[in-house]
Design a protein around this ligand. Structure first.
Ligand SMILES: C[S@@+](CC[C@H](N)C(=O)[O-])C[C@H]1O[C@@H](n2cnc3c(N)ncnc32)[C@H](O)[C@@H]1O
Length: 253
Protein backbone atom coordinates (compact mmCIF):
# COMPACT_ATOMS: atom_id res chain seq x y z
CA UNK A 1 0.00 0.00 0.00
CA UNK A 2 1.33 3.46 -0.91
CA UNK A 3 2.23 5.66 2.04
CA UNK A 4 -0.57 8.31 2.36
CA UNK A 5 1.92 11.21 2.37
CA UNK A 6 3.72 9.88 -0.72
CA UNK A 7 0.30 9.52 -2.41
CA UNK A 8 -0.53 13.13 -1.44
CA UNK A 9 2.80 14.41 -2.82
CA UNK A 10 2.32 12.45 -6.03
CA UNK A 11 -0.98 14.33 -6.52
CA UNK A 12 0.63 17.64 -5.53
CA UNK A 13 3.43 17.06 -8.05
CA UNK A 14 0.86 16.66 -10.80
CA UNK A 15 -1.32 19.63 -9.84
CA UNK A 16 1.30 22.17 -8.71
CA UNK A 17 5.02 21.51 -8.15
CA UNK A 18 6.07 19.89 -11.43
CA UNK A 19 4.94 22.82 -13.58
CA UNK A 20 6.75 25.35 -11.37
CA UNK A 21 10.02 23.53 -10.80
CA UNK A 22 12.19 24.97 -13.61
CA UNK A 23 11.22 28.54 -12.74
CA UNK A 24 12.00 27.91 -9.06
CA UNK A 25 15.40 26.35 -9.89
CA UNK A 26 16.26 29.35 -12.08
CA UNK A 27 15.99 31.87 -9.21
CA UNK A 28 19.33 33.21 -8.01
CA UNK A 29 18.35 34.35 -4.54
CA UNK A 30 17.66 32.07 -1.57
CA UNK A 31 14.24 32.95 -0.13
CA UNK A 32 12.21 31.43 2.66
CA UNK A 33 8.62 30.26 2.82
CA UNK A 34 5.34 31.40 1.34
CA UNK A 35 6.23 35.10 1.68
CA UNK A 36 9.59 34.63 -0.15
CA UNK A 37 11.58 36.47 2.49
CA UNK A 38 15.23 36.69 1.34
CA UNK A 39 17.97 34.84 3.21
CA UNK A 40 19.91 38.11 3.07
CA UNK A 41 17.34 39.50 5.56
CA UNK A 42 16.87 36.45 7.77
CA UNK A 43 20.43 35.07 8.05
CA UNK A 44 19.16 31.58 8.82
CA UNK A 45 21.98 29.70 7.06
CA UNK A 46 25.67 29.37 7.89
CA UNK A 47 28.32 30.18 5.27
CA UNK A 48 27.64 27.68 2.47
CA UNK A 49 31.00 27.81 0.70
CA UNK A 50 32.50 24.33 0.33
CA UNK A 51 29.83 22.70 2.52
CA UNK A 52 28.48 19.18 2.02
CA UNK A 53 24.72 19.43 2.47
CA UNK A 54 21.86 16.95 2.78
CA UNK A 55 18.28 18.12 2.24
CA UNK A 56 15.72 15.92 3.99
CA UNK A 57 12.53 16.07 1.93
CA UNK A 58 14.06 17.77 -1.11
CA UNK A 59 10.90 17.65 -3.25
CA UNK A 60 11.65 19.12 -6.67
CA UNK A 61 14.94 20.38 -5.17
CA UNK A 62 14.74 24.09 -5.96
CA UNK A 63 16.04 24.83 -2.44
CA UNK A 64 19.01 22.48 -2.90
CA UNK A 65 19.69 24.13 -6.28
CA UNK A 66 19.87 27.54 -4.57
CA UNK A 67 22.30 26.16 -1.96
CA UNK A 68 24.54 24.71 -4.68
CA UNK A 69 24.51 28.00 -6.60
CA UNK A 70 25.43 29.79 -3.36
CA UNK A 71 28.67 27.81 -3.13
CA UNK A 72 27.95 24.41 -1.53
CA UNK A 73 30.43 21.71 -2.57
CA UNK A 74 27.84 18.92 -2.59
CA UNK A 75 24.06 18.77 -2.21
CA UNK A 76 22.25 15.46 -1.74
CA UNK A 77 18.45 15.58 -1.86
CA UNK A 78 16.51 12.86 -0.04
CA UNK A 79 12.79 12.36 -0.72
CA UNK A 80 10.37 9.41 -0.61
CA UNK A 81 8.08 10.51 -3.49
CA UNK A 82 9.25 9.17 -6.90
CA UNK A 83 7.23 11.79 -8.84
CA UNK A 84 8.92 14.64 -6.98
CA UNK A 85 12.36 13.11 -7.60
CA UNK A 86 11.55 12.64 -11.26
CA UNK A 87 10.91 16.40 -11.55
CA UNK A 88 14.11 17.12 -9.57
CA UNK A 89 16.15 14.86 -11.89
CA UNK A 90 14.66 16.56 -14.97
CA UNK A 91 15.65 19.99 -13.57
CA UNK A 92 19.13 18.70 -12.69
CA UNK A 93 19.53 17.50 -16.27
CA UNK A 94 18.46 20.93 -17.52
CA UNK A 95 20.52 23.10 -15.11
CA UNK A 96 23.49 20.74 -14.61
CA UNK A 97 24.32 21.81 -11.04
CA UNK A 98 25.50 18.37 -9.95
CA UNK A 99 22.84 17.64 -7.31
CA UNK A 100 22.52 14.00 -6.19
CA UNK A 101 19.24 12.33 -5.20
CA UNK A 102 18.27 9.45 -2.93
CA UNK A 103 14.77 7.99 -2.66
CA UNK A 104 14.11 7.55 1.06
CA UNK A 105 12.08 8.78 4.00
CA UNK A 106 13.70 11.33 6.31
CA UNK A 107 13.24 8.87 9.17
CA UNK A 108 15.56 6.27 7.61
CA UNK A 109 18.22 7.61 5.25
CA UNK A 110 20.62 5.18 3.52
CA UNK A 111 23.65 7.49 3.77
CA UNK A 112 26.72 7.10 6.02
CA UNK A 113 27.15 8.57 9.50
CA UNK A 114 28.90 11.93 9.88
CA UNK A 115 29.02 12.66 6.15
CA UNK A 116 27.56 16.20 5.98
CA UNK A 117 28.33 19.70 7.33
CA UNK A 118 24.75 20.94 7.04
CA UNK A 119 21.34 19.25 7.07
CA UNK A 120 18.42 21.35 5.84
CA UNK A 121 14.72 20.84 5.47
CA UNK A 122 12.50 23.42 3.80
CA UNK A 123 8.98 22.10 4.46
CA UNK A 124 10.27 18.57 3.91
CA UNK A 125 11.01 16.14 6.75
CA UNK A 126 10.48 19.20 8.97
CA UNK A 127 6.72 18.71 8.71
CA UNK A 128 6.19 15.41 6.89
CA UNK A 129 8.47 13.11 8.91
CA UNK A 130 8.09 12.11 12.55
CA UNK A 131 10.44 14.44 14.46
CA UNK A 132 11.22 11.75 17.04
CA UNK A 133 12.74 9.75 14.16
CA UNK A 134 14.11 12.31 11.69
CA UNK A 135 15.94 14.54 14.21
CA UNK A 136 18.09 11.54 15.33
CA UNK A 137 18.74 10.78 11.61
CA UNK A 138 19.85 14.38 10.99
CA UNK A 139 22.19 14.13 14.00
CA UNK A 140 23.61 10.84 12.70
CA UNK A 141 24.26 12.28 9.22
CA UNK A 142 26.06 15.39 10.50
CA UNK A 143 29.71 15.76 11.35
CA UNK A 144 30.43 17.14 14.85
CA UNK A 145 29.92 20.91 14.73
CA UNK A 146 27.59 20.53 11.72
CA UNK A 147 24.37 22.53 11.57
CA UNK A 148 20.71 21.71 11.12
CA UNK A 149 18.39 24.36 9.65
CA UNK A 150 14.71 23.69 9.04
CA UNK A 151 11.60 25.61 8.03
CA UNK A 152 8.19 24.58 9.36
CA UNK A 153 4.74 26.00 9.95
CA UNK A 154 4.69 27.78 13.28
CA UNK A 155 3.08 26.00 16.19
CA UNK A 156 0.77 29.01 16.54
CA UNK A 157 -0.64 28.75 13.02
CA UNK A 158 -1.42 25.06 13.55
CA UNK A 159 -3.23 25.90 16.79
CA UNK A 160 -5.28 28.53 14.92
CA UNK A 161 -6.12 26.31 11.91
CA UNK A 162 -9.74 25.14 11.84
CA UNK A 163 -9.12 22.43 9.24
CA UNK A 164 -7.03 21.29 6.27
CA UNK A 165 -6.77 24.07 3.65
CA UNK A 166 -8.84 26.50 5.71
CA UNK A 167 -7.10 29.79 6.53
CA UNK A 168 -5.99 30.24 10.13
CA UNK A 169 -8.34 32.28 12.30
CA UNK A 170 -7.61 34.57 15.25
CA UNK A 171 -8.67 32.15 17.99
CA UNK A 172 -7.21 28.87 19.16
CA UNK A 173 -8.83 25.91 17.43
CA UNK A 174 -7.16 22.91 19.05
CA UNK A 175 -5.22 21.96 22.17
CA UNK A 176 -1.45 22.39 22.24
CA UNK A 177 -0.86 19.67 24.80
CA UNK A 178 -0.52 16.32 23.04
CA UNK A 179 -0.02 17.76 19.54
CA UNK A 180 2.21 15.58 17.36
CA UNK A 181 0.63 13.69 14.41
CA UNK A 182 -1.99 15.28 12.15
CA UNK A 183 -3.67 13.11 9.55
CA UNK A 184 -5.44 15.21 6.87
CA UNK A 185 -7.80 13.65 4.27
CA UNK A 186 -6.03 15.20 1.24
CA UNK A 187 -2.50 16.04 2.37
CA UNK A 188 -1.41 12.90 4.18
CA UNK A 189 0.23 12.94 7.59
CA UNK A 190 2.01 15.98 9.04
CA UNK A 191 3.88 16.33 12.32
CA UNK A 192 3.84 19.44 14.50
CA UNK A 193 5.23 19.82 18.01
CA UNK A 194 5.04 22.55 20.65
CA UNK A 195 8.24 24.60 21.12
CA UNK A 196 9.18 23.00 24.44
CA UNK A 197 9.10 19.56 22.79
CA UNK A 198 11.32 20.79 19.94
CA UNK A 199 13.85 22.19 22.39
CA UNK A 200 13.99 18.97 24.42
CA UNK A 201 14.16 16.80 21.31
CA UNK A 202 16.99 18.81 19.71
CA UNK A 203 18.98 18.89 22.94
CA UNK A 204 18.45 15.16 23.56
CA UNK A 205 20.03 14.51 20.15
CA UNK A 206 23.14 16.55 20.83
CA UNK A 207 22.08 19.89 19.33
CA UNK A 208 22.64 23.33 20.74
CA UNK A 209 19.90 25.73 19.57
CA UNK A 210 21.35 28.76 17.79
CA UNK A 211 18.20 30.55 16.64
CA UNK A 212 14.47 30.42 16.14
CA UNK A 213 13.46 32.85 13.42
CA UNK A 214 9.75 33.68 13.33
CA UNK A 215 8.95 34.92 9.83
CA UNK A 216 6.67 37.93 9.43
CA UNK A 217 4.83 38.50 6.14
CA UNK A 218 6.23 41.68 4.56
CA UNK A 219 3.95 44.73 4.27
CA UNK A 220 3.54 44.16 0.53
CA UNK A 221 2.97 40.37 0.72
CA UNK A 222 -0.24 38.94 -0.76
CA UNK A 223 -1.96 35.76 0.37
CA UNK A 224 -0.31 32.85 -1.46
CA UNK A 225 -2.07 31.76 -4.67
CA UNK A 226 -1.86 28.07 -3.74
CA UNK A 227 -1.10 27.65 -0.03
CA UNK A 228 -4.28 29.02 1.50
CA UNK A 229 -3.73 27.91 5.10
CA UNK A 230 -2.97 31.46 6.18
CA UNK A 231 -3.71 34.96 4.85
CA UNK A 232 -1.03 37.61 4.42
CA UNK A 233 -2.94 39.78 6.90
CA UNK A 234 -2.66 37.03 9.56
CA UNK A 235 1.02 36.57 8.70
CA UNK A 236 1.76 40.26 9.27
CA UNK A 237 0.43 39.98 12.84
CA UNK A 238 1.68 36.55 13.87
CA UNK A 239 4.39 34.17 12.66
CA UNK A 240 2.94 31.54 10.31
CA UNK A 241 6.36 30.05 9.61
CA UNK A 242 9.53 29.57 11.61
CA UNK A 243 13.13 28.52 10.97
CA UNK A 244 15.09 26.57 13.56
CA UNK A 245 18.89 26.64 13.50
CA UNK A 246 20.88 24.24 15.67
CA UNK A 247 24.45 22.98 15.85
CA UNK A 248 25.62 19.46 16.71
CA UNK A 249 27.99 19.49 19.66
CA UNK A 250 31.61 18.59 19.12
CA UNK A 251 32.75 15.94 21.60
CA UNK A 252 34.96 17.59 24.25
CA UNK A 253 38.56 16.44 24.06
C1 LIG B 1 7.16 21.07 0.10
S1 LIG B 1 8.03 19.71 -0.57
C2 LIG B 1 9.67 20.19 -0.26
C3 LIG B 1 10.10 21.30 -1.13
C4 LIG B 1 11.61 21.38 -1.30
N1 LIG B 1 12.25 22.16 -0.30
C5 LIG B 1 12.02 21.86 -2.69
O1 LIG B 1 13.03 22.57 -2.76
O2 LIG B 1 11.37 21.49 -3.68
C6 LIG B 1 7.78 18.45 0.65
C7 LIG B 1 8.43 17.13 0.33
O3 LIG B 1 8.48 16.35 1.52
C8 LIG B 1 8.47 15.00 1.11
N2 LIG B 1 8.18 14.08 2.21
C9 LIG B 1 7.02 13.48 2.53
N3 LIG B 1 7.18 12.63 3.57
C10 LIG B 1 8.49 12.70 3.90
C11 LIG B 1 9.28 12.06 4.88
N4 LIG B 1 8.76 11.19 5.75
N5 LIG B 1 10.60 12.34 4.90
C12 LIG B 1 11.14 13.24 4.05
N6 LIG B 1 10.43 13.88 3.12
C13 LIG B 1 9.12 13.63 3.05
C14 LIG B 1 7.44 14.96 0.01
O4 LIG B 1 7.62 13.83 -0.83
C15 LIG B 1 7.68 16.29 -0.69
O5 LIG B 1 8.45 16.13 -1.86
Amino acid sequence: MTDPTVAAWTRENERYTDARAEQAWAADEITWGIWNVPESELHALPDLAGKEIVELGCGTAYFGAWLKKAGAARVVGVDPTPAQLETARRCEKHFGLGLEFVEAFGEDVPLPDASFDLAVSEYGASIWADPYRWIPEAARLLRPGGELVFLRNSTLVILCSPDEDVAAVETLQRPQFGMHRFSWPDQGVEYHLPHGEWIRLLRANGFEILDLIEIQAPAAAATHEHYGYVTADWGRKWPAEEIWRARLHRPSS
